[in-house]
Design a protein around this ligand. Structure first.
Ligand code: CMP
Length: 139
């Protein structure tokens, strides 16, 4: 049993396209547990700090514009192998190459407007969860 937390973001494109509810349903149907959720609009600065690992990449500035372009849902998910499980549900970063039935295939538009984010490893998950949530956010 590998009970673990991961961070998920339902991105501004999904909120705009009104597919956020469908993505929440996929999460609930998967057996993952939503432990905490916030609807928030990231500032460019906050998005820049969150995606600091991508600083300098050609898509970085556009990514910050996109992520601060409207509200998103930020969630902590938990469950057995939650990091891997959530990444499987999302599919590949680029909706064009994501597997059929995955969230990005269903609701993503392109490699930037790809509907959702998920932590990629245990250490990043710990960092990303604590970037947005503190102990008092878990009810
Ligand atoms: P995410 O999983 O949140 O991690 C970084 C994000 O940057 C990614 O999803 C996409 O939204 C975006 N991204 C990654 N690669 C590219 C790219 N080549 N061009 C534009 N945006 C990208």
């Amino acid at each position: 049993m590998n009970q673990i937390q991961t961070l998920a973001i339902i991105k501004p494109d999904a909120i705009r396209n009104k597919t956020a509810g469908k993505i929440l349903s996929i999460i609930e149907d998967s057996g993952l547990t939503i432990e905490a959720v916030k609807m928030m609009r990231l500032t460019k600065e906050l998005a820049g700090a969150f995606y600091a690992v991508h600083r300098g990449k050609p898509f970085y500035e556009e990514l910050l514009d996109f992520m601060s372009s409207g509200p998103c849902f930020v969630l902590t998910l938990s469950g057995e192998n939650a990091i891997t499980r959530w990444r499987e549900l999302m599919g590949a970063t680029n909706p064009a190459t994501a597997a059929e039935g995955t969230i990005r295939k269903l609701y993503g538009t392109n490699i930037q407007f790809n509907a959702c984010h998920g932590s990629d490893a245990p250490e990043t998950a710990r960092q990303e969860v604590s970037f947005f949530f503190s102990g008092t956010d878990f009810l």
